[in-house]
Design a binder for this molecule. Structure first.
Ligand code: GLC
Length: 431
């Protein structure tokens, strides 16, 4: 495990996920072909009408950068099988739609120009390829002639296609920093009876990984290829990770991925959008546990980030502009440092600074435990103003006697919360 170069990754902490494909047209989830069991003949209507005339990757890249994101992962192909690049191995690609061009090429150029690192998401699953056998998640899973249809499908042909496409993506677009393969679902414990899934044999994951590393040795590969050890980072999805992730007791590299609203692809009628406040806390919380956040945007069929996404990204960027020092290069606080009440801690080992993120604004005193003797100087990050650290007597908390008091080192805060969604105290620690 951990063969790729993850140094930049654990420093940068914050990336943009982009789910974009034909599913932007139905605009009711990227799994629409599965959910509604849509056959190819019907789904083709979206291919015919895919025309993102407002696609402006330079604008996307600027928006990502302004939000404080340092890398990007885009769906070159999602489960529907449609390819955004000009693949030599299929006609089911953007060049044959009204878009008429290689959208990945333009995308890569634009994001690189803004200095973001590039990741490719590649769906192992393919609901369009004629040799991808019909399994328990395929849109044709309930087709009355499923067995008959499968008898003419040859998974080894799909496997070859998959390997060819991955090779193509890693050969024709320069340095690729991440390959995000998605996903495996083999039969096994926890699956319903009669489950037909796919895993490492179906993809020939071992040789796939060898090939990937031989072309781009530095590349980071996620953990969805159904291999025990051949991955660089874990990918918890849409969950509030409760603690730093470890394998065999040792900390590992991990990246949580999240949506704004529950759908990855553009979903017009989804209303459960998270607020800027929730998203900023999410980023902080993840970094306080030593992880990365990959936050997803689903561009529209016309090729834009919709207003809800743009508003969230701008809000995050507003916070990041003054607080990114508590995110980039940061990780878990040293052993024994206890987060004050309602706070999250991050720590930059290189600068030896600790960051106290205050999630709920306290009343004036914020007692410190575990690092009270280590503080050289403290200031708010948003304006660089000094925050006093004092030994505070808390009298009358035990008995009637003023001498019988508790004394605790505390931050002394203004009564009024600073006007930022999550205020941060930057603590310069003594050596
Ligand atoms: C999932 C889904 C999906 C999404 C992804 C992101 O497993 O199949 O639609 O692309 O993971 O993590």
């Amino acid at each position: 495990m951990g063969k790729g170069d993850s140094r930049w990754f654990v420093h940068d902490r914050f990336g943009m996920f982009i789910h974009w494909g034909l599913y932007a047209l139905p605009a009711r989830h990227e799994w629409v072909k599965h959910v509604e069991e849509i056959p190819d003949e019907k789904y083709d209507i979206y291919f015919k009408h895919f025309n993102p005339d407002l696609f402006d990757p330079a604008q996307w890249a600027k928006t990502a950068k302004q939000a404080g994101m340092k890398y990007v992962v885009i769906t070159t192909k999602h489960h529907e099988g449609f390819c955004l690049w000009d693949s030599a191995y299929t006609d089911y690609k953007a060049t044959n739609t009204p878009a008429k061009r290689d959208l990945i090429r333009e995308f890569v150029d634009a994001f690189r120009a803004e200095g973001l690192k590039i990741g490719f998401y590649y769906s192992l699953i393919d609901w369009h390829h004629p040799h991808f056998t019909i399994d328990s998640v395929h849109p044709l899973r309930n087709h009355p002639e499923r067995e008959k249809l499968n008898s003419s499908r040859d998974m080894s042909k799909y496997r070859e296609y998959l390997h060819n496409q991955v090779r193509e993506l890693l050969t024709n677009y320069g340095k690729i920093d991440i390959l995000w393969c998605d996903f495996s679902y083999p039969a096994g414990p926890g699956r319903p009876a009669g489950w037909v899934g796919k895993g490492r044999q179906d993809w020939d994951s071992e040789n796939l990984v060898k090939m990937i590393r031989s072309i781009q040795p530095h590349i980071l590969i996620n953990n969805r290829l159904d291999l025990e050890n051949e991955w660089d980072f874990l990918t918890p999805e849409q969950i509030d990770v409760p603690e730093a992730l470890t394998v065999d007791g040792k900390p590992v590299v991990w990246e949580a991925c999240h949506t704004f609203s529950g759908s990855w692809g553009y979903h017009r009628d989804q209303a459960t959008w998270k607020s800027v406040d929730v998203l900023v806390r999410m980023l902080i919380d993840i970094v306080s546990k030593g992880g990365n956040l990959l936050l997803n945007v689903g561009p529209t069929a016309r090729g834009e980030f919709d207003a809800r996404a743009t508003e969230r990204l701008a809000g995050i960027g507003e916070w990041m502009k003054r607080h990114s020092r508590s995110i980039y290069g940061c990780t878990r606080a040293p052993e024994g440092f206890i987060p004050p009440k309602d706070c999250r801690l991050t720590y930059n080992p290189e600068t030896n600074r600790l960051y106290v993120h205050i999630f709920a604004w306290p009343y004036v005193f914020l007692p410190i435990k575990g690092f009270e003797d280590r503080i050289e100087y403290a200031q708010f990050l948003h304006d660089g103003s000094e925050v006093f650290v004092r030994k505070i007597d808390y009298p009358y908390v035990r008995t009637k006697n003023t001498e019988d008091k508790i004394t605790m080192t505390s931050f002394i805060l203004p009564v009024v919360k600073p006007d930022v969604c999550v205020p941060v105290i930057e603590v310069f620690l003594k050596k």
